[in-house]
Ligand binder design. Structure first.
Ligand code: ZN
Length: 211
């Protein structure tokens, strides 16, 4: 039975690397996968890049108003059509849908992921950050935590050696605890960085604030 997986972690926990590795594992067995991501991520707009240097283009981008199930159905039909033209007797299908930056999906789009899994019978692996720099769940992540059959945490380490839980934001090298959930201001983009932190270090830097 197909399942909806949410593989979540703090920033820099290797989510894109894990996604590309999962895609490779499917393809190594001769199976076909589809890769997608929301458009809100401005870096490498139409590809998935890991910090280790691997990168590959997505099959489709998801805009905030998009019907994800319809987009998926169109891509699935394309895969079947292309492979039928190549090998007429083979019944090739999509083995898995992989989604990067899933925290930026809307609640309705995550609902669609569950429909793709249950009604269309295709597993979905969604990778994303659980919470923003103010320790609040992103909308897509909150819905994935509610709906996913399987939750898997991808771990990374705080500067103190504990497991990182949160993502602290720095602007020009200084910690900030106020601002928009997504810092996409082009002018400040190169000045905004994040540090994955444990709860102890986060509370120390924030003076006890949690959002
Ligand atoms: Zn720490």
């Amino acid at each position: 039975m197909a399942k909806l997986y949410f593989r979540y972690g703090a920033m820099n926990s290797g989510k894109s690397t894990a996604l590309l590795q999962a895609a490779y594992n499917y393809e190594e067995r001769g199976q076909h996968v589809l890769l997608a991501k929301p458009v809100i991520d401005t870096k490498d707009a139409d590809s998935i890049s890991s910090r280790l240097g691997m990168s590959r283009p997505v099959d489709f981008l998801i805009r905030p108003d998009d019907d994800v199930r319809a987009l998926f159905a169109a891509q699935r039909a394309r895969v079947r059509r292309d492979s039928a033209a190549l090998i007429p007797d083979a019944s090739v299908d999509v083995a898995c849908l992989l989604i990067d930056e899933a925290q930026f999906l809307t609640r309705e789009q995550v609902d669609d992921l569950l429909r793709i899994v249950v009604l269309d019978g295709v597993p979905v692996l969604a990778y994303g950050i659980r919470t923003d720099f103010q320790t609040q769940a992103f909308p897509g992540s909150r819905r994935l935590l509610e709906l996913a059959h399987t939750l898997e945490e991808l771990k990374t380490i705080c500067r103190c050696g504990r497991k990182a839980l949160f993502n602290a934001r720095l602007v020009g090298g200084r910690f900030v605890f106020d601002g928009d959930q997504v810092a996409i201001d082009e002018l400040s983009a190169d000045r905004v960085t994040y540090e994955s932190m444990c709860a102890e270090c986060y509370l120390h830097e924030s003076g006890g604030r949690l959002g």
